[in-house]
Design a protein around this ligand. Structure first.
Ligand code: FES
Length: 569
């Protein structure tokens, strides 16, 4: 027998309470019969300050059509939107805050199911984290990638930001030309059109089974994106009837499928932090070593920038994520249930690849083993990560002298100082850009090289930090060092000229300084002055966990379910 609808404890009431719950809703022109239907929330991160999600009001209309068609009652509601490019000091600082907004908005309101409209990086992780902590039937509709940029007849994308900015620093292009390039680069609605964090997150959603098949890659500007939104609206009403909740979909096996998929697509390092945080909310035991164990032998089968040459648009035309998943058949768990009620394998079994330059077979991949590597060593006792597919092979085993920048401001002030003692064999170390230290763990880990090194034609050096890197970035960049510098561990006391060895094959990151000397340095170590003592930032700094745990707030881990605490009316 079907469970009574959660929304009926608002709209099904008699007397004064029911009158209040329904009457104010009726001010919007809603007929009485709607209040007996499953109420489906559409959690909208639309904002003109989040350009990647600026088409979401239109997308929400398609979702509503599907919900109404299936006999549901759609209600759209806004939550905090996090636009990666504009928010200062970094969108990551607010991911956990937005997740609280989502969680409390869902629980506090009469919803039987929810459709999450996700796009720009943190608008996916925060919405899924929040929804997991409530655990009512949930489906994700991603906004889709933007169309590939085109400048003077050449295809360009977000990954070119790094190349063009280095060219400008090297004096190869002028500011005026940069303004023409930027107009050509982001030429349509949608999120970044390469395998950056937003696309990695959209692929994560599909490989976890939280969206309909095909969701990850349909371009935002393609009419089929709206079709998928409408079908998702139709499906969520059925999910409510079936009581199909995230906890039934997000099993350990589903997380393992997502990790394998992320490796095969050359996905973002940010995927690790967000997946760990989602696992923490839904109560699945996932840890950093799982990423290395599951992904280190996965071949790169999608040829998308920044690890490859093509764009998300091309991935869709080549068959989309279902075609990639089909190639991974031998590696994936087949029986994970997904939002459409079918298994993962049933969803990709009929998929076909239409372009082998974009999606390869596992027998003949673009790269043999490319997953995200987890490093250990005296610099990072709790781990650090590197993306081998975006790194320079010759630097994956490297020893060099440290050149230390204590803060990102210190780096900016000194990086182009002609007197800076640095050469291409040096190891650049950037401290205090971790979750607590910055605070918020910004994407600055792929810090640009000094101009005098760029002038020699050198394009990559080993860089280490406790921060993150944009999913569109590349280079031999070690990230997410844990414990971060702000906690006073070994990483915080690295000094100029200390020798550091990076050995990706051996999964090690080692500082050639004795334990005695490190202990002496740590005794003298003092934290940087605190940034704030009030407001959300203070709450964040006091409760944020380290990167290897997903950088969630400690008190947000787990779930409170969908029960409301008190019923005041
Ligand atoms: Fe929004 Fe890249 S800036 S997805």
């Amino acid at each position: 027998m079907q469970k009574p609808l959660r929304s009926q404890s608002w709209f099904g009431r008699k007397g004064k309470d029911g009158l209040i719950y329904r009457s104010w809703m009726k001010s919007q022109g809603i007929p009485d019969y709607e209040f007996n239907k499953p109420v489906i929330g559409i959690c909208n991160t639309w904002s003109e300050l989040t350009p990647c999600n600026s088409h979401f009001r239109e997308l929400a209309e398609s979702v509503k059509r599907g919900i109404s068609e299936a006999g549901g009652f759609p209600v759209e509601f806004p939550v905090m939107s996090l636009g990666e490019t504009l928010i200062k000091p970094t969108a990551m600082l607010y991911r956990n805050l937005a997740s609280m907004d989502v969680e409390e908005s869902i629980r506090a309101n009469p919803m039987d199911g929810v459709v999450l409209l996700c796009g720009c990086d943190k608008t996916t992780s925060s919405l899924v984290m929040g929804a997991c902590s409530v655990n009512i039937p949930t489906i994700v509709v991603s906004g889709g990638p933007m169309l590939t940029g085109n400048y003077k007849g050449k295809k360009i994308s977000i990954s070119d930001v790094w190349r063009y900015s280095e060219e400008m620093r090297g004096g190869k292009i002028e500011q005026e030309e940069l303004r023409s390039i930027e107009a050509a680069m982001c030429r349509s609605r949608g999120h970044c059109g390469v395998m950056g964090t937003a696309s990695s997150m959209a692929c994560m959603i599909e490989s976890l089974g939280l969206s309909l098949p095909g969701n990850a890659a349909i371009p935002a500007a393609d009419a089929r994106r709206k079709v998928l939104a409408q079908l998702s609206g139709l499906r969520i009403v059925e999910m409510v009837k079936e009581d199909l909740k995230p906890s039934a979909i997000l099993t350990k096996k589903a997380f393992e499928n997502a990790i394998i998929t992320n490796a095969a697509i050359g996905g973002s390092t940010n995927f690790i932090i967000h997946l760990l945080a989602i696992a923490g909310r839904i109560g699945v035991d996932l840890s950093l070593p799982d990423f290395d164990r599951l992904s280190s032998n996965v071949p790169l089968v999608s040829n998308i920038q920044p690890s490859g040459s093509y764009f998300m648009e091309d991935l869709y035309y080549a068959g989309g994520l279902p075609a990639v998943l089909k190639e991974l058949d031998a590696l994936l768990h087949h029986d994970c249930i997904t939002v459409n009620g079918k298994t993962m394998k049933e969803n990709y079994d009929q998929a076909a690849c239409y372009d082998r330059d974009v999606i390869a077979t596992t027998a003949k991949p673009f790269n043999e083993a490319t997953g995200l590597a987890v490093l250990k060593g005296n610099i990072c006792e709790n781990g650090a990560v590197i993306k081998p597919s975006a790194a320079t092979p010759a630097l994956m085993q490297h020893t060099g002298k440290a050149v230390v920048f204590d803060t990102i401001e210190d780096y900016k002030n000194r990086i182009d100082d002609p007197g800076l003692e640095i050469d291409e064999n040096s190891v650049m170390v950037l401290k205090n850009v971790g979750p607590r230290g910055y605070p918020g763990m910004p994407e600055v880990g792929n810090m640009g090289l000094p101009k005098k090194i760029l002038d020699k034609g050198i394009k990559d050096m080993v860089r280490i930090s406790d921060g993150r890197m944009s999913g569109t970035g590349f280079g031999t960049v070690v990230l997410h060092v844990s414990p971060e510098a702000a906690l006073g561990g070994n990483f915080s006391v690295i000094q100029n000229n200390d020798l550091i060895t990076l050995d990706v094959a051996g999964r090690s990151l080692h500082l050639h300084v004795s334990d005695e000397e490190l202990a002496k340095r740590k005794e003298q170590w003092k934290p940087l002055k605190g940034i704030t003592e009030r407001g959300y930032v203070s709450l964040y700094v006091n409760h944020v966990e380290q990167a290897h745990l997903g950088a969630d707030l400690d008190f947000l881990k787990g779930a409170s379910g969908s029960e409301v605490l008190r019923d005041s009316h």
